[in-house]
Structure formats: structure tokens, C-alpha cells
Design a protein around this ligand. Structure first.
Ligand SMILES: Cc1ncc(COP(=O)(O)O)c(C=O)c1O
Length: 369
């Protein structure tokens, strides 16, 4: 059997190892927040936002931000049916209802017109998930939000390095969230970040993230409100600082890998890769191939072909509304159709030209086989 090609693997250099070792040795006592605060400041500067709050995961950051927005019992939150469940679970845990709408067939992200049609008096937010590094139409979503008085939240877990007309993904919504899970472009193992320009929201989220204990609290061990424990550790943040110092390199490499697939598939009809419309930059977290319906190529055929070649390929997200805990919404036609003819491709930092050749060959063979 040919050597296995994994779909993802972080890029960890001696700089990250040194940072983690230093934090493990010295980052305690008076210095226990040193790397954490450095990571938050650095991330805020990278994004061009006023506040960044490091969390234990992106799921936690979403939960925290939504709680700080006051989302709760009986409320509705609109999001695309195509998503990882992490964007939806916090809505349910807060007592609100996720309202799943269709995706745009080109961007694979939320269809703004569908989002607007789903608004009711109970709608408390619209979540823009930038899928696989692709960007939601933020102009349309922000215009709807402004017109209807509804905050737009950005889940930019998959969109470090993506830019919408000069503004970084995650920096345009009422708040944005990021993931530093081991599969992401920047990793801390597990971890996340909530970012916002809203001073009051940032303060409340900071308090909520630490069991409701406000900063500068005088009375010890006296939570002012019921909160959560969604903090990141200093050792993780030290790794995050070392990764953040390499963000341009890490994103450039992701983009080069996507470009490498694009070049290899040039002239091959019937396969669409992640789009990059004029005026945008795709951070290319997860190169993905979507086959035209006319090709007849299915997810199952793709999975079988990749398995034979010993290449890890990941299925495109199932529609959330098809999962057992939700009510099916097959009227979300694109969200229900595209995953059946799509596949995520390997894109780890050190992937070789030969390995990319092998992946592209599987795609081409499926088309002709
Ligand atoms: C779009 C999206 N949102 C949220 C998350 C959750 O991230 P985490 O695993 O850090 O909680 C992920 C992670 O895969 C994701 O892809």
C-alpha cells in the first residue's frame, strides 16, 4: 500500500516547543497570565480589533458571546444548514432555537436572502460561518443586520487569513470567534478566541468567561453573576504566540496548497474548488472539491477511491438539520445536495508536490472512472 497522506497535521517548529517549555517552567505565580495577555494583544492587533479574549475552544467563545448578547429562552438564531455542530450547540444550550437556512451554491456559505426571509420577531442574531476559509457575503449580511436591527456574528473558526474587501474575517461582526484546535491553521491544541470592537460586550464576556467574576473585583470569591469556565491556559497561549508570529507564513502555505490543487486541475471540467471572488482573500483552511451534478461523482465513490489510495479525505459537512437532534429541512436544497458530491482534501503544511499529485490524480480518476 502507498504511504498514507493525512488530511491535516499542525506545523510545530522549535519556536513553539521553546515557548511551551518556557511557559511550563516559568509561567506561574505572578507570570501566570503573561503569555495569555500577549496572545490576546497580538491576536487583536493581527485582526485590527479592540478586544480579544482567549477561550478554551471556539465552541466556548461562541457560547460566551451569545450569552453576553443575552440570547436565551425562546429566542431564534439564524445560521446556515451547512456547518459544524459547534456553531449550533451553544444556541440550544442557551435555550434558543437554531433556524437553519440554505447556503449559496458558489460560496457554500449562508445565503443572505434566505437568512433575511427567516427573520421573525424572535430572531436575536445571524451567524456568518466562513466555511473552509470561504467568505460569507458580509456586505449583504451586515446590510440586513443594520436594516432589521439584528446583530451579525462571525464564526471565523476556519477563516484565519481570509479577508473580505480589506477587512479580516472575524473583525466585521458584533463579535467574531476563532478556533485553535489541532486541525486549524494556527493551533494551541485546543483553544479559541472571541474578538469584538464592542467594549461593553468584551467586558461582559470577560466576566462570564471567569465564572461571572468581574475584573478588579474587591470582594474575593464573589461571582457577580452565573458564568462559565471557558479560559485558555497560559501554556497553550505560549504556543499560540509562537504560532501567531508565523501567521503570514502559515496562511501563505495554505494558500499555496490550494493553488497547487487549482493548477493540477486546470482544464479539468466538472470540479469546483474553494472560490476567491474579486476583492477577497481566501485563507484556504480546507481545500475542498465539489463535483458538478452532471459528473455523477458521489461522496461514496470519492471516499472509496481515496481509501484505496491511502489518502485521508474528509466528508463535506452533513446538513445540521439532517442530524438526529434537529428537524430535517430538506428545502435547504444546496446544503442537502452539495455534500453528496464533495470532499475535503489534505492540506497540512508539509504536504509534498508528489502527495498533491496523488490527491489530484484520485480526483481526476473519479471523474473518468
Ligand atoms: C465553523 C466552526 N465553528 C466552530 C468550531 C469549533 O471549534 P472548537 O473545536 O475550537 O470548539 C469549528 C471546529 O471545527 C468549526 O469548524
Amino acid at each position: 500500500m502507498k504511504p498514507r497522506i493525512p488530511y491535516t497535521r499542525p506545523s510545530i517548529t522549535e519556536a513553539e516547543v521553546r515557548a511551551a517549555t518556557d511557559a511550563a517552567r516559568d509561567g506561574w505565580g505572578d507570570r501566570c497570565y503573561e503569555d495569555l495577555q500577549r496572545f490576546e494583544r497580538g491576536f487583536a492587533a493581527h485582526l485590527g480589533v479592540r478586544h480579544a479574549i482567549a477561550t478554551s475552544s471556539c465552541t466556548g467563545a461562541i457560547h460566551l458571546g451569545m450569552a453576553a448578547l443575552g440570547i436565551g429562552d425562546g429566542d431564534e438564531v439564524i445560521l446556515a444548514d451547512t456547518n459544524w455542530i459547534a456553531s449550533a450547540a451553544p444556541i440550544v444550550h442557551l435555550g434558543a432555537r437554531p433556524v437553519f437556512v440554505d447556503i449559496d451554491p458558489e460560496s457554500w456559505c449562508i445565503d443572505p436572502a434566505a437568512a433575511e426571509r427567516a427573520i421573525t420577531p424572535r430572531t436575536k442574531a445571524i451567524v456568518a460561518v466562513h466555511l473552509y476559509g470561504n467568505l460569507c457575503d458580509m456586505d449583504a449580511l451586515r446590510a440586513i443586520g443594520a436594516r432589521r436591527g439584528i446583530p451579525v456574528i462571525e464564526d471565523a473558526a476556519e477563516a484565519i487569513g481570509s479577508v473580505w474587501h480589506g477587512r479580516r474575517a472575524g473583525s466585521m461582526g458584533r463579535f467574531g470567534t476563532f478556533s485553535f484546535h489541532g486541525t486549524k491553521t494556527i493551533t494551541t491544541g485546543e483553544g479559541g478566541m472571541l474578538v469584538t470592537d464592542d467594549d461593553a460586550l468584551a467586558e461582559l464576556a470577560t466576566t462570564l468567561s471567569n465564572h461571572g467574576r468581574a475584573r478588579g473585583q474587591v470582594k474575593q470569591f464573589w461571582p457577580d453573576m452565573l458564568g462559565f469556565k471557558f479560559k485558555m491556559s497560559n501554556v497553550q497561549a505560549a504556543i499560540g504566540c509562537a504560532q501567531l508570529a508565523r501567521v503570514e507564513e502559515l496562511v501563505a502555505r495554505k494558500r499555496a496548497i490550494l493553488d497547487g490543487y487549482r493548477r493540477r486541475l486546470e482544464g479539468t471540467n466538472g470540479i469546483a474548488l474553494n472560490p476567491e471572488p474579486a476583492g477577497t482573500v481566501n485563507g484556504a483552511w480546507m481545500p475542498t472539491a465539489v463535483f458538478d451534478r452532471s459528473t455523477g461523482v458521489t461522496r461514496e465513490r470519492l471516499q472509496a477511491a481515496f481509501a484505496v489510495e491511502n489518502v485521508d479525505a474528509r466528508v463535506f459537512f452533513h446538513p445540521l438539520s439532517s442530524l438526529p437532534m434537529f428537524t430535517p429541512c430538506p428545502r435547504n436544497r444546496n446544503a442537502w445536495d452539495i455534500p453528496g458530491r464533495a470532499i475535503n482534501l489534505p492540506s497540512f503544511h508539509d504536504i509534498t508536490e508528489d502527495e498533491q499529485d496523488r490527491v489530484a490524480a484520485v480526483l481526476r480518476d473519479c471523474l473518468h472512472g
